[in-house]
Design a protein around this ligand. Sequence first.
Ligand SMILES: Cc1ncc(C[n+]2csc(CCOP(=O)(O)OP(=O)(O)O)c2C)c(N)n1
Ligand SMILES: [Mg+2]
Length: 319
Amino acid sequence: MYEVFYRSLFRIRRVEEEVAKIYPSDKIKSPVHLSIGQEAVAVGACEALRPTDVVFGTYRGHALYLAKHGNLKKMIAELYGKVTGCAKGKGGSMHLVDAAAGFMGTSAVVGTTIPHAVGYAYAMRLQRRETVVASFFGDGAVDEGIFSESLNFAALKRLPLIFICENNFYSIHSHQLARQPASNIVERARAYAIPADRIEDNDVLRIYDVVKRAAEAIRAGTSGPRFLECMTYRWKEHVGPNDDFDKGYRSITEAEPWFAKDQVKRIRDLLVREIQERIEAEVEAEIREAFEFAERSPFPPDEELYTDVFAEATQWSAS
Ligand SMILES: Cc1ncc(C[n+]2csc(CCOP(=O)(O)OP(=O)(O)O)c2C)c(N)n1
Ligand SMILES: [Mg+2]
């Protein structure tokens, strides 16, 4: 089990470190919001879900895409704006999608994928499917009205949905307590009669356990939606590859306890050396291959400007 966690955590960390390294070259054609430091939330949750379960995330979506086993080559090609990318090179880092892996897409507009997840879960309930849906969003999305509307509707209809708030304390440069009167996101979920937990320390194994139990209860039909608030910490700047502890809105002293809780290192230390090294060599080879694939892929042809703009008439009539 630890091997599986470590492979996923290490893969995400290393992919994003490579993204950060290559970003100044301008080969990557969209802004990047890195999850370095926050990987445990996506990995703990996605390992607890089935491949057939689906997740909806945000523009800070690399970790979730990879944790849900999204295609790495297509992700890097998408960042490069290449036609082989997961959104044909038209979406970039903030609009990753891999429906085959159950990664249903992300959006740059804060809060917007929460109701998408609710709608999907409603469809699963109506069709009596076993699929569990997970909606990932930041503490900033809680500032949006749609957050409360979504919780209310999901609770009312007992939808098969797990809300997962990645609370990294900040919405861009604004601390949660500069935007909200109290640090009580988990209590707001309880106010809608949604069972809710808060995990304080980014512990990947605890996140796994809580999501596993939630998914089992939902699948057994003994629970409506569940809510999980995961306290975590973004190590890099809000957008881009750099550190930003010199910007004045937060301090390195605040960050240090979170560096000490690094889950990539923690799970690595639970494995014997041969296994660590084997996993690392395999992941490094996969990453090299993905960047080479992106480098040699072509940009979309000009005609692609006119496709995927409006839904095709056949799609409307089919629905
Ligand atoms: C509706 C909307 N309002 C404002 C913005 C500007 N904006 C972009 S990212 C962001 C921060 C959101 O913070 P949070 O939800 O905590 O996610 P995090 O970046 O911390 O992962 C904001 C306010 C936006 N993209 N969409
Ligand atoms: Mg945040």
